[in-house]
Design a protein around this ligand. Structure first.
Ligand code: GDP
Length: 576
């Protein structure tokens, strides 16, 4: 019976494992993880709001904050961000749309962008290139595109602000090809621009969608017509109709629909036109995006062969449905370089960003972890590859707007905020199961430098602050080879990083000073008390030594007194 019970529990375990693998595969398949890359003012904030609106994540675009007061979107957190009305923190927003789970990694779009922008791109699987229709490709777009290209991300281009005078679509196609060597495949095509913008032609359905201005926070009304519908004659001006027919023909010549591989490798960019502000073309983009974007991809890693598939096809079969290794023979023995499948049943994650003081009330640091494989469960124990420390992830959070929701589970592509103080550094690998580590996140060559000096009496607080900044990756810290220059040199890719440093240092100093005051006060109290005790004890000893005889005398008197007391008590008549 014991054997029978054993085999039935084995069977149950196998069933549970198969169920877990099936669930992970299904969840990974419906995830789309992306970052928007754009030059400031191209409309990233507006686009983000509209994308969230379509997913039902917010009820009215702009409700997150009154934009009359500050230009800040859902993802703004720090006071500094609010002061400047910009988005510094790269956080992630999650929402559901037509059965897909979308994770938008928010990259700062301001001119003073920072290394965080790059790191966030390192955690994304798809990039959305947002272009201002009037300006085309701008400097910051170039920098960010270079990172997306380095990572081989599929790129989706949305040409925004078509309700304003814009470049011709072919000019933008040419810019993309010339500057980035990127082939375009327009999925939608604009009909006019500026005041004459009247809609888009949707190539897959061969339909014309007409644009009508809509109120803020609402989807623009869009009537649909077949391209050849004679009714269009009365709606679209003759010259625009003619131009559209010509351009449609040119588009056919330009190229056929690209293959999924061409899009996934980033060789061809699907292209869309619209107006984020007027909410036109965003839904077409989103629908197409969820069908063409890639789900979370396998990640390069080094570690136990039991969890990795070898990079080179080995002599063993490399097919593995749940990410278990092609080199499983060597399990547990040596470390190999390979890829970890997002569908692996072993959990692993990458810390790609640390941020302090997201909630000023709690003075906390949040480590943003991108789940790379397996299933994340609230409260699970993971190992940090760098330190070997086992950490319990008991307060995982997912970010949305200015609220945080506690997550119960997560799958590859999800971003989870962890608040375990001091446990994580940028680039850390965390895993549950066989040993694993991801290659370090590349650091980017700094372009700006600054000395950091402190007042002499603040050395400790200063050193602590610098250490914190290093850990968070807010800025790179360098030291001069000249032994007389002891001040650290801060190196950054954007001016904003220095401002963050100033802000953080001020905050850190205030905290350390406060801490110091409390500590000194406590220490003094304890010291005074101790001193008093010792003093009193000493005094008593001396007193006793000096007046020993009187003490003895007093003692005798006291003893006698007691006896007298007893005697007198016995001497009393019982009824008195
Ligand atoms: P970000 O700096 O890239 O985040 O850009 P914002 O989303 O803050 O947009 C910059 C400005 O462009 C704001 O004044 C928006 O209202 C405006 N804007 C954004 N999208 C559109 C659009 O489709 N049409 C027009 N006319 N203005 C837009």
């Amino acid at each position: 019976t014991a054997a029978a019970a054993g085999s039935s529990s084995d069977g149950e375990n196998a069933r549970a494992a198969a169920e877990l693998a099936r669930r992970i595969a299904a969840e990974v398949a419906r995830r789309r993880n992306f970052a928007i890359i754009s030059h400031p003012d191209a409309g990233k904030t507006t686009m983000t709001e509209k994308l969230l609106l379509y997913g039902g994540a917010i009820h009215e675009a702009g409700e997150v904050k009154a934009r009359a007061n500050a230009r800040s979107a859902t993802s703004d957190f720090m006071a500094l961000e609010k002061q400047r009305g910009i988005s510094i923190s790269s956080t992630a927003m999650t929402w559901q749309y037509q059965g897909s789970c979308l994770n938008l990694l928010d990259t700062p779009g301001h001119q003073d962008f920072s290394e965080d922008t790059y790191r966030t791109l390192a955690a994304a699987d798809n990039a959305v290139l947002l272009v201002d229709g009037a300006k085309g490709i701008e400097p910051q777009t170039r920098k960010l595109f270079a990172v997306a290209r380095l990572r081989g991300l599929p790129v989706f281009t949305f040409v925004n602000k078509m309700d304003r005078p814009a470049l011709n679509g072919f000019e933008i196609i040419e810019q993309l090809e010339k500057e980035f060597g990127l082939q375009s495949y327009p999925v939608t095509w604009p009909i006019g621009s500026g005041d004459r913008f009247c809609g888009v032609y949707h190539r897959p359905s061969n339909k014309v969608l007409l644009y009508a201005k809509a109120g803020r926070g609402k989807a623009a009304a869009s009537a649909q017509y077949e391209l050849g519908d004679p009714a269009l004659a009365g709606i679209i001006e003759a010259d625009l109709r003619e131009q559209l027919m010509e351009e449609v023909e040119l588009l056919q010549i330009l190229g056929d629909e690209p293959s999924a591989e061409e899009i996934a490798s980033g060789a061809v960019t699907p292209m869309y036109f619209g107006s984020a502000f007027n909410n036109f073309g965003v839904d077409l983009f989103l629908q197409s995006f969820i069908s063409l974007a890639v789900p979370p991809r396998p990640a390069k890693a080094k570690g136990n062969p039991a969890v990795l598939a070898a990079l080179e096809p080995s002599e063993e079969s490399s097919s593995s449905s749940n990410g278990s290794s092609s080199g499983s023979k060597a399990a547990g023995s040596t470390s190999i370089e390979g890829t970890v499948s997002p569908e692996s049943t072993h959990f692993s994650g990458l810390v790609f960003k640390l941020q302090a003081n997201m909630d000023p009330k709690h003075r906390d640091k949040v480590a943003f972890v991108r789940v790379v494989s397996g299933k994340f469960d609230k409260g699970m124990k993971v190992k940090v590859a760098r330190t070997g420390r086992v950490v319990s992830l008991s307060r995982p959070q997912q970010m949305f707007a200015q609220s945080r929701a506690t997550v119960q589970e997560g799958f590859a592509g999800d971003v989870i905020g962890l608040t375990n103080p001091g446990a994580f550094a940028i680039g850390d690998t965390i895993y549950a199961g066989p040993e694993l580590s991801f290659p370090p996140i590349p650091s980017f060559s700094p372009e700006l430098f600054a000395y950091l000096r402190c007042a002499p009496n603040q050395k400790k607080a200063f050193a602590k602050g610098v250490e914190g900044l290093l850990g968070e990756g807010a800025v790179q810290v360098l030291y001069s080879t000249d032994e007389y220059i002891t001040d650290p040199i801060l190196a950054a890719v954007g001016q904003l990083q220095f401002e963050v440093v100033q802000y953080r240092m001020k905050d850190e100093c205030v905290f350390v000073l406060l801490f110091r005051c409390v500590f000194v006060l406590l220490f003094r109290c304890v010291f005074v008390l101790l001193f008093r005790c010792v003093f009193v004890l000493l005094f008593r000893c001396v007193f006793v030594l000096l007046f020993r005889n009187e003490f003895a005398f007093n003692q005798v008197i006291a003893e006698q007194g007691e006896k007298l007391g007893e005697l007198s008590a016995f001497a009393l008549p019982p009824d008195s």
